[in-house]
Ligand binder design. Sequence first.
Ligand code: TXD
Length: 314
Amino acid sequence: MAKPKVTVVGAGFVGSTTAQRLVEKEIADVVLIDVVEGLPQGKALDMMESAPVEGFSTAILGTNRYEDTQDSDVIVITAGLARKPGMTRDDLLFKNAEIVGGIVEQCARYSPSAVIITVTNPLDVMTYLAWKKSGFETRRVFGMAGELDSARCAYFIAEALGCKPADVKAMVLGGHGDEMVPVPQHTFVQGRPVTELLPADKIEQINQRTRDGGAEIVKYLKTGSAYYAPSSSAVRMVRAVLGDTREVIPVCAYLTGEYGIRDVYCGVPARLGRSGILEVVELPITEDQRKALHVSAEHVRENCAKISTTQVKP
Ligand code: TXD
């Protein structure tokens, strides 16, 4: 039986580790594509040469041609720039909108039935742009951020409790930025809410560290940003789609009234399956959390409006 096909756009840190996890776990055959000649080819060949040792039978192709991405089941978009000294967030927004917009047009042309998972920052706006440019239904276009933020939060909780990280299931909502909204009452350690296991001030400290989680890594690395945990999270989402697992995973999804928010992309728990988002799950949240979620969503809406006049075709 033919293996599923996943295209990973961008052979940088996040893209190549995503590709590596996908083939090593034998989740899919992978096409790794980048604008830089030789980069995806070299990385793909290097990964294939690990196959005899790692024992995987999936294949990876490195390319600069979109023809090779034809009939992909899932497309993960990691291509783009990171902020450089002197660049504003808006500069990054416009630059990456140009890059992601062009990529989505090509990908959608060659794989009209694919599910698109965006990773490039600013995440929520790039997901909106990918939806607009692809012309796909909203359920087939969503972004990776909440799963990463939740994984970071879970790790910090495991560290505080001295338990296994995999025993913690955390939930973080909202946009991927300073306004993310951790929800401790839906964060569980082997089934028990974390609110029963840690004092409120410790939980708040962990929440703040989660909000600053990306910056903490950037500060250590000095150039570039996190990629091990981001690629794990992206791969979990790909696996949920290809395996039709129907798991509930926090993703950046298009909202049509859920949580009182309409017509904007925002981080919420969603059930994922073969056709993409099967449903957005509405968890009971406090009034303060609801307000914070609305603030986050409005911020995303403002940023989407900045690009919509210039870069999004009606
Ligand atoms: O939670 C999240 N969503 C994130 C997002 C977590 C981590 C990283 N996040 C963002 O992902 C980050 O802010 C960036 O916007 C992307 C990719 O991060 P990465 O660390 O992988 O960046 P790199 O190593 O610079 O790789 C980017 C690659 C690089 O190889 C470029 O040549 C390529 O993107 N690139 C392109 N590929 C194809 N087509 C075009 N047009 C193109 N332009 C650049």
